[in-house]
Design a protein around this ligand. Structure first.
Ligand code: HEC
Length: 147
């Protein structure tokens, strides 16, 4: 499970967009692209390509992987963005994601992870970079909610 160069480029674009105060549709589309790439690389193996809980890893797990397209419906029609962000940050107890404090994706969604920066980022960009990954996943999942 690795982010493709594409994801990195998109994340860089997001950091640049945030830094230069750009907002609106372009930033939203960039965030979605990041999210799509993050989801494919870090979530789809279990939650399935379309987030329906039918990823290829399911057969290896003793716990059923839930679909992620009904999160809004289960929350009274409102997508629980903050909760999803917390799940990705690893600050919610979710055994399916590994022990708390040691999520299966390691430091990927943590700000204090200079080793995750790759060649494009300075340490001081780490926070914006990681935030853009988490926000991307949240934004992407919001778009695949069933009515
Ligand atoms: C190794 C398999 C695996 C991977 C990879 C994985 N998940 Fe999960 N996820 C689970 C399992 C299993 C559960 C069920 C809850 C539990 O067991 O703790 C779950 C639960 C969840 C829930 C809670 C669903 C609910 O109905 O409340 C969310 C949200 C979620 N995952 C999002 C993600 C996101 C986003 C990613 C990628 C960044 C991801 N998961 C990666 C296995 C996985």
């Amino acid at each position: 499970m690795k982010v493709h160069g594409f994801g990195r480029g998109a994340a860089l674009a997001a950091v640049v967009a945030v830094g230069s105060g750009l907002g609106g549709p372009a930033a939203a589309e960039t965030s979605l692209e990041i999210g799509r790439s993050e989801f494919a690389g870090y979530c789809a193996a279990c939650h399935g390509h379309d987030g329906r809980g039918d990823g290829p890893f399911q057969v290896l797990l003793t716990r059923r992987v839930p679909g992620l397209t009904g999160l809004a419906r289960a929350n009274g029609g409102r997508f629980p963005a903050e909760r999803v962000a917390e799940v990705v940050r690893g600050s919610v107890d979710m055994p399916g994601h590994g022990p708390m404090g040691m999520p299966l994706w390691g430091d990927h969604y943590r700000t204090k992870a200079p080793s995750q920066l790759g060649p494009y980022f300075k340490p001081e960009d780490a926070e914006a970079y990681v935030k853009s990954r988490i926000q991307g996943v949240v934004d992407y999942l919001a778009t695949i909610q069933e009515k």
